[in-house]
Design a protein around this ligand. Structure first.
Ligand code: SF4
Length: 324
């Protein structure tokens, strides 16, 4: 079955006085309908720019975004209106993403009116109350302002706003990182129940590999604008191949305080996307780097039908790699 979303060689560069900022640099990924894809990487690796470019909130520099068989990278303004209805977004910070001067009713009525899904007070109220109930809230919340809601309730309104337009795919930008741990679990469970019931497709982005572990069947690992490992979440987390994925996993604190921390291999800072290192852009931080790593960029190579890694240790140069 063809993918719902097939991103091919997507690039987004921003001009700057010191040169192009290569925020997204030739990304390929596929997401199938009614599945959940999780993209993980440190802050500043390009995750947020990638999902905004896929939604055409940012103009791609190059590449294709094949959505339902159409290249939406070439869509004009009128066509983008339909896209806004089919692709929804849940933002990271519910405190910032809701207009403090609007009531819950007004916040949820707006997308319904813009996209002509419901008109008139009665139809809007019926629909909004139904949405609130789906999210575990009641009609009494209709007249509340965001400052009268808890953090979890605000994020439920953020999710309701995304669902209001009846999207096919929802992009979730660190949707629980601003919430308490107990609230995070409830929101994630709620999102999963809704996804199953409505057969939605989710694209999570997070710096937290544990979040991706919980929510996503397939995952990608992003470093400095590129996908370096992609596959089934279960496979990657059981046996990570890219040294950066290994480093991310080793940086996760052990729940057992008596268990020693793994040796942290992720030293140093993420280099600047304005002037990324030559060859493999992870080489200045990689404990396995050797000569070829600073000279040639590794391609994303298939380890199996659903698993690919961009690292010379798994390419033609693997035999020259120093043993460790
Ligand atoms: Fe490390 Fe080289 Fe693999 Fe890059 S290509 S991740 S530097 S071993």
């Amino acid at each position: 079955m063809p993918a719902l979303l097939d991103v091919i060689g997507l690039t987004k560069h921003f001009p700057s006085p010191s040169g192009a900022v290569r925020a997204v640099d030739g990304v390929d990924l596929q997401i199938h309908r009614a599945h959940t894809y999780g993209l993980v990487g440190e802050s500043g690796c390009g995750k947020s720019t990638l999902i905004r470019t896929i939604q055409r909130l940012l103009e791609p520099t190059s590449g294709q975004i094949i959505y339902k068989g159409q290249d939406i990278a070439a869509y004009k303004r009128a066509q983008l209106r339909t896209l806004r209805k089919e692709m929804a977004m849940v933002f990271q910070d519910p405190h910032m993403s809701l207009n403090p001067r609007m009531t819950v009713f007004d916040i949820l009525a707006r997308p319904l009116q813009i996209h002509g899904i419901a008109r008139g007070k009665d139809a809007l109220t019926l629909r909004i109350v139904h949405l609130l109930q789906k999210l575990g809230m009641q009609s009494e919340h209709l007249v509340r302002f965001p400052h009268e809601l808890s953090g979890g309730q605000k994020q439920r309104i953020g999710v309701a706003r995304a669902l209001a337009v009846e999207p096919d795919i929802i992009f979730l930008d660190e949707p629980t990182s601003a919430l308490d741990v107990s609230v995070q679990t409830k929101i994630l469970k709620l999102l999963e129940n809704i996804r199953k019931e409505w057969e939605l497709t989710y694209f999570y982005i997070s710096h937290d590999i544990n979040l991706v572990r919980v929510v996503a069947e397939h995952m990608g690992v992003m470093y400095l604008g590129k996908i370096v490992e992609v596959g089934r979440t279960e496979d990657i987390l059981r046996d990570p191949h890219h040294p950066y994925t290994v480093g991310l996993l080793q940086a996760v604190p052990e729940p057992d305080p008596d268990k020693p921390l793994g040796e942290l291999q992720l030293g140093g800072e993420v280099p600047s996307p304005v002037n990324p290192p030559p060859g493999c852009n992870f080489h200045p931080r990689c404990p396995h780097a050797w000569d070829v790593c600073s000279q040639m960029e590794p391609e994303l190579r298939m380890l199996s039908a659903e698993w690919s890694v961009a690292c010379h240790r798994y390419g033609d140069d693997a035999r020259a790699a120093p043993s460790r």
